[in-house]
Design a binder for this molecule. Structure first.
Ligand SMILES: [Zn+2]
Ligand SMILES: [Zn+2]
Length: 416
């Protein structure tokens, strides 16, 4: 029997089509809700999280199955609509607490901060997902295993919960009346992504906003006080590796400063910034806020868009081929994609290392396609390999001769 296909493979075309529709509407309404460099970075984070998830989610799901097999008190019927509905509501309840702790516990915020690092709010922000969420996130769902929710039911309702949250990441849908007080909607989730004083640590729900109303974390979007998106300590980078690691780095510095095991553990469990300067405690002035921006040339942006299109094809091929690939092949393929996206981040920032990394990975990619194609797990025919080599060499030549000399100068521009 063939392996079931990762459902994200089907979702990717829907994501891309709806992003284009949203961008078209935004252009038509002259709404400045997109920034191409920011959106490309969000999409890179999305691809990175899929690559990381291929490894970490497998382990986390294994623990769920283990607990279900040995510790469950009963077994929910897979044939009951009531059981499916209850499982979705139960998952959403567990998600609320995972998400809330993701904001209130330092080591969990280190993973979740990725999702909040965009200073724009659009459908690409929804795909700005963490790569380390599965490291600790599974703990919050173990009650479902103990209660007897079958693993297939668990992953299905988890996928529904995740996919539901996609559509709410838009500024183009206004208030929806009573729905805003029952379900998670664009209006109340905009508040969740805000850094205005009234938005901090509010509206954690996944599908139901009722949890926030029940546990005292709900607030309505305010008229006349536009939400400023992002976090108080800005990422200020398009590098997807640094975007995933920067808060772990802050935590590590704070842990090193403490003396004694309990004090060090306390740093991990304290609220973000609870062990030092907490930027969320400062009053926030929306007028003074400047969005992070660099000044990539149109040629750089076009190049990064083109590479993103190729990365998407690579991701789909990888997700399809993954069950048949060896761990060496999958690792080589994954690292090549991570190097590609990191280099694109460097190019968008105008970094010289971005250009050097991109040149190096194109050179290595062409060499592997020519002489060691099995490294990437594909049994490609000679024509396809020759095509890949030619494409890499064209990119390499174009990058070297046409892209402007990279500089390390960066600029923050005024909030448009
Ligand atoms: Zn959040
Ligand atoms: Zn969100």
């Amino acid at each position: 029997m063939s392996e079931p296909l990762n459902p994200i493979v089907y979702a990717i075309p829907v994501f891309l089509a709806t992003i284009l529709i949203e961008a078209g509407f935004a252009w038509w309404r002259k709404a400045k809700v997109f920034d191409l460099a920011d959106s490309l970075t969000s999409l890179h984070f999305g691809v990175m999280s899929q690559l990381a998830g291929a490894v970490t989610k497998f382990a986390a799901f294994g623990i769920y199955v283990l607990v279900f097999d040995h510790l469950r008190v009963t077994t929910w019927s897979m044939n009951s609509l009531v059981a499916w509905t209850a499982a979705l509501i139960l998952y959403d309840f567990c998600y609320y607490w995972l998400h809330r702790m993701g904001h209130e516990v330092g080591v969990l915020w280190a993973a979740h901060v990725v999702h909040h690092s965009s200073e724009y709010y659009n459908l690409t922000t929804a795909l700005r997902q963490t790569s380390s969420g599965a490291l600790l996130g599974w703990i919050f769902y173990l009650p479902m295993a103990v209660m007897g929710v079958p693993p297939l039911m668990f992953v299905t309702v988890g996928l529904i919960d995740l996919l539901y949250q996609y559509w709410v990441h838009t500024e183009l849908v206004g208030r929806l009346g009573p729905l805003d007080r029952i379900l998670v909607t664009p209006s109340n989730h905009r508040v969740h992504h805000g850094q205005n004083d009234y938005c901090i640590d509010r509206n954690y729900g996944g599908i139901l906003i009722l949890w926030d109303r029940l546990f005292g974390t709900f607030v309505e979007e305010r008229e006349g006080e536009p939400v400023v998106y992002g976090v108080r300590k800005p990422l200020a980078s398009y590098n997807p590796i640094w975007g995933n690691l920067h808060f772990y780095s802050d935590l590590w510095d704070a842990v090193k400063r403490e003396r004694g095991l309990f004090a060090k553990l306390g740093v991990l469990l304290a609220p973000p910034g609870g062990w030092g300067h907490d930027p969320t405690k400062d009053g926030f002035d929306p007028q003074a806020f400047k969005r992070y921006a660099t000044a990539p040339t149109p040629a750089t942006l076009a190049y990064v868009v083109f590479q993103y299109a190729l990365i998407n094809i690579e991701l789909v091929l990888l997700l399809i081929a993954l069950p048949r690939m060896s761990s060496v092949e999958a690792t080589c393929d994954g690292l090549f994609m991570v190097a590609t996206m990191t280099a694109q981040g460097g190019l968008l920032e105008g970094r010289i290392w971005g250009k050097r990394l991109e040149q190096a990975r194109l050179f290595i990619g062409a060499g592997c396609a020519a002489f060691a194609p099995s490294l990437f797990g594909f049994d490609a025919p000679p024509m396809a390999r020759a095509g890949f080599v030619a494409l890499a060499l064209v990119c390499l030549t174009w990058l070297t001769t046409r892209l402007p000399a990279a500089s390390s100068s960066r600029a923050r521009t005024a909030n448009a």
